[in-house]
Write a protein that binds this ligand. Sequence first.
Ligand SMILES: Nc1ncnc2c1ncn2[C@@H]1O[C@H](COP(=O)(O)OP(=O)(O)O)[C@@H](O)[C@H]1O
Ligand SMILES: [Mg+2]
Length: 356
Amino acid sequence: MLQDQDILDNISTGIVALDSELRVVALNAAGQVLLETSESRCLGTHAAQLLLDSDSWVAGLQQVLGSNSPLSRRGESLMLLSGQEIHVDLMVTPVNGSNCGIALLVELQAVDRLLKISREEGLIHAQETTRAVIRGLAHEIKNPLGGVRGAAQLLARELPDEGLQEYTRVIIREADRLRDLVDKLLGPNLQPDIRPLNIHEVLEHVRNLIVAESGNKTRISRDYDPSLPEFPADRAQLIQAVLNIVRNALQVAGSPEQCHITLRTRSERHLTIGSKSHRLGCRVDIIDNGPGVPEDMLHAIFAPMVTGRADGTGLGLSIAQAIVSRHGGLLECESAPGRTQFTIHLPMECKHAQTS
Ligand SMILES: Nc1ncnc2c1ncn2[C@@H]1O[C@H](COP(=O)(O)OP(=O)(O)O)[C@@H](O)[C@H]1O
Ligand SMILES: [Mg+2]
């Protein structure tokens, strides 16, 4: 065991330290996640036993030992003991004169992880673009709308015939409806009220609301990680975001009795959102057993006014998304018939909440 384990565990690259017999001396937290094993299980075991098909992996390690010069391979495919294949950029460095018996340091950087970041960046950019378009459009609509409404009011006063005022009333009512719609599209514009928040209290609040809304018929299971600390966030806004997501699950279900929702929380180490890295994050999964998001809609559900329901506004998820992103977080969805999962990732040190 290294004394510097703390440092190792805070590195997002997987690190395996091996002795001159290729036995594992240390494996950091990221390495354990990547290789789907624990340090205690593999300390002292031969590097070959970390993987299923390990010939090329062991050959590479032996080559570095023999030549005493580093080796780097990009996009190397590794077969995990579970049978799953992962792709990594691999760097093996010889260590000379180590006082803890380390002869080789192996760095593993998952290539999949990089793909995920760029996908998330794409998502974030798309959402920022949508919000910018809405802001621009809202401005263009609201200004002339105020003029139309004011003119209709003036006109109403001048009209000689009471009966004709029905028309000006329609103009005013529809102008108001349009203004309200635009306001909703813009999302909550209150400054976030950031205070220490217990995420489970938020989830319990939503759970109670939805259970009541379903006439006590919907089953909502909890799978909470009780070790999650409080973190700064806006309680009312997060309730709104989670409520919008959970309510959708209830609405798309065949009936409240068939609907089964799971609320799950986990802590996340090294949460990366866009190009920002956070040491500690909180993850909330909202899982339902409903029919799933129609495939042709999945790419667009976070956009405003995209709805699959006859009486839907298509605003619920776009508001949830705006709130989560205001907290520096990310909202994702994966869906298949019978299992739809919305995941909220939130950094736990939320310093940069801003209205946008
Ligand atoms: N859990 C879910 N399962 C299946 N479809 C969903 C789910 N959540 C959202 N959707 C789809 O996404 C659409 C957009 O949701 P939302 O933005 O809340 O607007 P609205 O509820 O007004 O339609 C929904 O109409 C529905 O078609
Ligand atoms: Mg909705």
